[in-house]
Design a protein around this ligand. Sequence first.
Ligand code: AMP
Length: 197
Amino acid sequence: MRLIVLGPPGAGKGTQAQRLVERYSIPQLSTGEMLRVAVAAGTEIGREAKAIMDRGELVPDDVVNHIVSDRIDQEDCRRGFILDGFPRTVAQAEALTAMLEQKGVKLDAVIELKVDQAALIERMEKRVADTLSVGGMVRSDDNSDTFARRLDEYRRKTVPLLNYYRRRGELIEVDGMQGMDVVTRDIASVLTKVASD
Ligand code: AMP
């Protein structure tokens, strides 16, 4: 199963992707997580990405395209993968289409978690409070100013991507405003249908 999970920051992509990992035993490829690892490790990519991420802006397309292409080539992606946070721009989607064609594999579905954007700031604040209450580390880009910027980047650069996949007949919309378990169930049922088509 090769999937993309799309949706604005705070829509629950990471949680749902994690559940898909368990269900299908395929890895979650989160570009945000890979970049955070690079930042923590102080690699060249990490140094380039840090300031951009702290501003809530998008890292250049060619940087993330390379990271994803290399990751997909690894052995554990042979049976499939879940892309979380990639692609984020039409240029990244086009690059992904070309890279999958070149690798001779096909996407099964693109899932859009549809959420009321006004509810997202509240969700982010709750995520921060929950993390702090268990003594966890809060992401440096989870604060009101940066979050607003991330949402703005999503509206300007990622929303056009939805049309790209809609036109290709690959977009499946799921109501992300429901409880997490209901969203998981809805995704499972659309994927069962995809698998049987
Ligand atoms: P995320 O964990 O998906 O919310 O991503 C956190 C941050 O990493 C984003 O705000 C961007 O700065 C950067 N990032 C993650 N994925 C991408 C991507 N596909 N393209 C550009 N920047 C990205």
